[in-house]
Design a protein around this ligand. Structure first.
Ligand code: AHR
Length: 310
């Protein structure tokens, strides 16, 4: 693995004044915008130059960005990979060029673990387990089986894969009697979340559906619109879990339109700059640093809303 390779860039090894390339996923959610803002502000505050590329949720765009960063011989590359697979070649190219790659937010498949230095971001499986623990408890007494709709994130992305796996892992280990009525990707956007929910409603109706598990706020908020347009009451006729915890998500919670929020924290720019500096300085770093995240039920929405940063 590339371990940083010391400092030969003439910036004195203090970690200041680095040139950092950041290949971001896109701008698909409030979470993502807050994350981009956090990283940009932290780089500026630390005196680094950030070359920022919006990948528009396209892996090809991100791969080109990484190749450009290699050509420009940046000091470090930060990559938030839109999906988990397909990174081997470009990560190898960065390693061959001696440029360390730090993953932010999302991860890559285990086979590529040696081709990046470290990942800073959420434990998505744990987020899924938190959602699953609430569902298992909430529907424990549901004798005829809990009927579940799932709005998955971007197909093949780490948060979609892991939020799904963690959620059903806990439902199974807790022995909940449940049925997945339907599960489709809404690509982490409000528009697609709403469209997929409309299809769910057309295909299955909403009568007897107990729970919607949406892998992020945007898809959950889009689905809420679809449910309301179908003449049903979100949060009551169908219970809803979302992941992220944006202001808009909490506002929907305060309005009684959803029932549980699993936090995913995008505001880790300062922590990311520290990790990048350590890596460039050749310090030992953990392979994975999780960011701290909580959970919120209906009794907590109102009090928590003013604390939300995005
Ligand atoms: O990778 C983190 C996820 O990406 C967030 O949950 C989602 O809102 C974003 O698009």
């Amino acid at each position: 693995a590339c371990g940083g390779g010391g400092d030969d860039s003439g910036d004195g090894g203090s970690g200041n004044g680095l040139v950092i390339g950041f290949a971001q996923v896109g701008a698909e959610s409030a979470w993502r915008t807050a994350n981009s803002d956090s990283v940009k502000a932290a780089a500026e505050a630390a005196g680094h130059t950030l070359k920022f590329v919006d990948g528009q949720q396209e892996q090809e765009t991100q791969i080109s960005a990484v190749r450009d960063f290699i050509t420009q011989q940046v000091d470090a590359i930060v990559l938030a990979p839109v999906v988990e697979t397909g990174w081997t070649d470009v990560l190898q190219e960065a390693e061959d060029a001696g440029i360390p790659v730090i993953l932010a937010d999302r991860g890559v498949e285990a086979a590529d673990e040696d081709l990046y230095v470290t990942r800073l971001g959420s434990d998505f499986a744990e987020e899924g387990r938190k959602a699953g623990a609430w569902a298992a408890e909430t529907f424990a007494a549901d004798a005829d089986g809990t009927k579940i709709l799932e709005l998955q994130g971007t197909t093949g992305s780490a948060p979609a894969n892991d939020r799904k796996a963690g959620f059903f892992e806990v439902l199974d280990s807790e022995g909940l009697n449940y049925e997945i009525v339907d599960s489709q990707s809404g690509n982490f956007t409000a528009e697609e979340g709403k469209a997929v929910m409309e299809t769910f409603i057309t295909t299955h109706g909403l009568d007897g559906i107990d729970l919607l598990y949406a892998h992020n706020d945007e898809m959950g908020l889009g689905a809420i619109q679809a449910i309301e347009e179908a003449g049903k009451v979100p949060g009551k006729d169908i219970q809803i879990i979302i992941v992220d915890g944006s202001k808009a998500g909490f506002e929907a919670g305060v309005a009684g339109k959803l029932n549980y929020i699993v936090e995913c924290n995008p505001v880790f720019g300062d922590q990311l700059m520290e990790v990048v500096e350590s890596v460039v300085n050749g310090d030992e770093v953990e392979k994975f640093t999780p960011v701290e995240e909580g959970v919120f039920d209906a009794t907590q929405f109102e009090a928590e809303l003013p604390n939300r940063q995005f």
